[in-house]
Design a protein around this ligand. Sequence first.
Ligand code: NAG
Ligand code: NAG
Ligand code: NAG
Ligand code: NAG
Ligand code: NAG
Length: 341
Amino acid sequence: MNCLMNFSNRNFHLICTVIISALLLKNYYYYYYKNRVVLEPEPCFSLLDPSNTTQQPVKDVYDRLIDINDFKFVLNPPTCANSSAGFLLLVIVSSAPGHALNRHVIRTTWGQTSEYTKVVFLMGKIENSSLNQEVQNESLQHGDIVQGNFVDAYRNMTYKHVMGLKWVAHHCPMAKYVLKADDDIVVHSDAFKKFLVRELSPWGASDLILCYKKVEPGVFRTNSKWAVTVKEYPGNKYPDCCAGYAIVYSQDVVIQLLDAAQNAKYFWIDDVHVTGSLAKDISVEPTQMRKLMLSQSRSYALLYLGPFYSGRFLFGPRDLPVEWMLRLWDAIKANSYSYLA
Ligand SMILES: *[C@@H]1O[C@H](CO)[C@@H](O)[C@H](O)[C@H]1NC(C)=O
Ligand SMILES: *[C@@H]1O[C@H](CO)[C@@H](O)[C@H](O)[C@H]1NC(C)=O
Ligand SMILES: *[C@@H]1O[C@H](CO)[C@@H](O)[C@H](O)[C@H]1NC(C)=O
Ligand SMILES: *[C@@H]1O[C@H](CO)[C@@H](O)[C@H](O)[C@H]1NC(C)=O
Ligand SMILES: *[C@@H]1O[C@H](CO)[C@@H](O)[C@H](O)[C@H]1NC(C)=O
């Protein structure tokens, strides 16, 4: 009996030691990462304070989208109609019409509407009439689909991105920050909100483009879904630009990029065009956020360690199957640590 007591006592100590070490290690990790937060030594953006309520004027022609002269919003929900001036974040999701399931998952996980976050899904015109009917129904039900009258197609994705900017400029100018996301990612929404409010500013920022920055990516000429002809893009390197699956813009940048897009030649790779060429036109350099993106391997670590995973991240990896979006979301919810601190 005594021996048994001793044994379980020792066991108890061992377990306690392991738990305490794990907690200490977590703290160590947190502070280690916190000090290296991502923000470059000399960021090119600035944070706003409450005294700055300057709103960038919008002088955009409403019914023109780049070279489409009869542009219309086919679906135009009043998402931001009653939002207050302090509204923090609007998420615009480039969505494929057939991805109803992705949209459902986003609405019920990281994209839940709240007083500080709203989400809309961007789409073009849908040529498949039964799919179109489904999307019209979905729009009636959820009122969160923004649809333009250009054909929803692969090479039209720059229209979609710029339409998102246009919609923000005209219909949601009170949002302090805009996240442009793909419909197959997850966002650590609590951590992201805290990041915006604490590490950036609840009053917004200016000249901010925050993303996974690619430095002078090469131009593919053949054998790639990204292949472009010399006529489409003559150089052999693109300017520094963002990976398009998660880009954070400050409101003023949205308005300036829209203006630049309306006056530039169409180029179909939207992340390169908008966050590379156009950002260069308006002299705003993207800020590197690579360390706040969960890589594929770190996402495995998160799934495996669950609540004990202590790395810091705001966004999950790109191109996730729906099932993985759900699994990662469950892991994010369980892993409360990284945003408690
Ligand atoms: C106020 O904010 C705008 C962008 O919204 C920026 O261009 C301007 O420089 C800011 N002014 C001050 C004094 O910080
Ligand atoms: C905005 O407020 C008006 C009046 O209170 C209301 O009728 C309308 O439904 C609201 N719109 C949204 C999108 O919440
Ligand atoms: C049209 O959409 C429906 C689903 O909404 C799908 O089952 C069908 O395969 C699609 N047709 C074509 C030609 O893509
Ligand atoms: C759209 O909704 C209507 C009415 O609720 C329903 O009759 C119809 O079957 C739905 N169509 C699709 C494609 O979901
Ligand atoms: C969009 O894509 C479709 C199909 O590839 C194409 O026919 C159309 O000209 C493109 N542009 C617009 C503005 O719809």
